[in-house]
Design a protein around this ligand. Structure first.
Ligand code: AMP
Length: 126
């Protein structure tokens, strides 16, 4: 079920539990600003999620309310994970789903990193 990105942050969401270490994840990277782990249901050869450590529901919430340091730290972490995965030379794709039309299911901002193979068209066409 897609989430409503205008609702307040819910500390019971699954990525909040991963950040608190309450449920396991396949950790890839961590720094002061971000945590990265493998998607449990990969849609490409490489499918890694990067989340900010702060309590932000979506890209909308984050871009409106996060500090410059949080935003800078998070963006740098996404790039670092892609470099760690060797994705720069072959190329990769970033995706952040927001709300119902975006198909967002987890109400904690996450950027998907896809790669490891040609990824096909940018978006589903009718
Ligand atoms: P989105 O539709 O953008 O909200 O994406 C949510 C993503 O989280 C999906 O790709 C799920 O496969 C992934 N996911 C859900 N639960 C977990 C989990 N416990 N560990 C890793 N990935 C998860």
């Amino acid at each position: 079920m897609p989430i409503d990105p205008t609702l307040p942050y819910d500390d019971a969401n699954i990525f909040a539990k991963i950040l608190r270490g309450e449920i396991p994840s396949a950790k890839v990277y961590e720094d002061d600003w971000a945590f990265a782990f493998e998607d449990i249901n990969p849609q490409a050869e490489v499918h890694t999620l990067v989340v900010p450590k702060g309590r932000y529901v979506s890209w909308d919430d984050f871009s409106a309310k996060a500090s410059d340091a949080e935003i800078g730290g998070f963006i740098r972490a996404v790039g670092e994970v892609a470099r760690m995965k060797g994705l720069v030379e072959p190329g990769y794709r970033l995706m952040a789903n927001i709300g119902a039309h975006g198909g967002q299911e987890v109400p904690h901002l996450h950027v998907h990193i896809f790669g490891g193979e040609p990824l096909g068209p940018m978006i589903w066409k009718r």
